[in-house]
Design a binder for this molecule. Structure first.
Ligand code: SAM
Length: 354
């Protein structure tokens, strides 16, 4: 209990007086208003100006006097603050400061030093971020053809499906079964903004469709999206529905090479190749998908030094080796760091068959 100056008023006038005190900035939000029979005691953060006190006395039958109050429990503002009395300093130093938030699911990297304390980390995230319902930890690297990572539930609801919002798009994602990174949101918007109305675009490795959906929401373009992982493909179809893009985004299940060769040749103005480990292996198919000329967005992983310059060089060589011409590289840059000295980079390359 804490003693503080209070305005004591009949309960019937309580709300009016509380608002008045709040509006002039003298209400103590850290203390809980209490009931005393037919009266309310409202805690003050500082003494009232004399004229206000007089007005309360004459107009509201109020009395100003000292009272004791319960403190309102403070909600910690950060995970670190929540954990501050629960972990020793050397462990607080390695507590994760950020995590991926996909819809209402948080995905966090827990360092080895905190092994055995994963539940506590999850509890902290759930306590501080009321919008988070489930917390998973990364339990392995992104791997396999589907680029999926093993995840382990460490707190909250046992569910892996959520709806993520990204620049106006609704994205249905099953975090355990598909690749999805919210960290590419800015990059997806950058690409979508370049697309012109009327273009036909191929998203070769679409995942749940964040590039395709973003483009179709922003531009009057038709987007074909190819995905190999059947679960990601189901999410993609749901996302087309969720965003009401049935006539604008056309989903295909299968291997990009086969899908293109079986029915999508000479069709596109632009191809997005977001499979950084293997995009170079598909440049030949991407070129065949273009109608004589167009733009490739090639994503790659490259180590330092000069990751962007070296990626640009290999993309140029690849395109030229396949008998096409690089008209110009309209943009190249890093998208994000994926490991020490290792970057995801993008090369936007205007190409022509002649
Ligand atoms: C790095 S993820 C990118 C997903 C999506 N573009 C995004 O931004 O979230 C690559 C995706 O390509 C899919 N994939 C891998 N090999 C493929 C192939 N040969 N043909 C079509 N999709 C493929 C994977 O299943 C995965 O969903």
């Amino acid at each position: 209990m804490t003693k503080a100056l209070a305005v004591v008023v009949p309960r019937t006038r309580g709300e009016e007086v509380r608002r008045l005190l709040a509006s002039i900035g003298v209400l103590d939000h850290g203390l809980r208003i209490k009931t005393l029979g037919d009266e309310l005691a409202i805690p003050l953060s500082r003494p009232l100006p004399r004229d206000v006190e007089e007005r309360l006395k004459s107009g509201y039958e109020a009395v100003v006097r000292e009272e004791s109050f319960e403190e309102v429990p403070k909600r910690p503002r950060t995970v670190l603050e929540w954990l501050s009395d629960k972990l020793p300093p050397h462990l607080l130093a390695v507590v994760p400061r950020s995590w991926d938030l996909i819809g209402d699911i948080a995905i966090v990297e827990v360092p080895d030093e905190l092994s055995g304390r994963e539940r506590l980390i999850a509890e902290a995230i759930l306590a501080v971020h009321k919008n988070v319902k489930s917390v998973y930890m990364k339990a392995g690297p992104v791997s396999g053809d589907f680029r999926v990572r093993e995840l382990k539930l460490i707190g909250g609801e046992d569910k892996s499906v959520t709806i993520h919002r990204e620049h106006g798009a609704l994205l249905y994602v099953d975090v355990k079964s598909v690749y999805f990174s919210p960290r590419l949101a800015t990059e997806r918007r950058r690409v979508a903004e370049q697309v012109k109305d009327g273009e036909v675009v191929l998203d070769m490795f679409s995942g749940v469709g964040p590039f395709a959906i973003q483009i179709a929401l922003r531009k009057r373009a038709i987007v074909h999206a190819i995905e190999l992982n059947p679960i990601a493909y189901e999410c993609l179809k749901k996302n087309i529905e969720l965003n009401k893009l049935k006539d604008r985004v056309i989903p295909h299940l299968g291997d990009a090479r086969e899908v293109v060769e079986e029915g999508l040749l000479n069709k596109f103005d632009r191809v997005i190749m977001n499979l950084p480990e293997r995009s170079l292996d598909f440049v030949d198919v991407a070129l065949k998908a273009l109608r004589g000329s167009g733009i490739l967005h090639v994503y790659m992983f490259k180590e330092e030094p000069k990751p962007v310059e070296r990626a640009e060089e290999v993309v140029r060589l690849k395109v030229e080796e396949l008998g096409w011409r690089v008209v110009r590289v309209s943009y190249s840059g890093t998208v994000r760091q994926v490991a020490p000295r290792r970057w995801q980079v993008v090369i936007d390359c205007e190409v022509s068959r002649h």
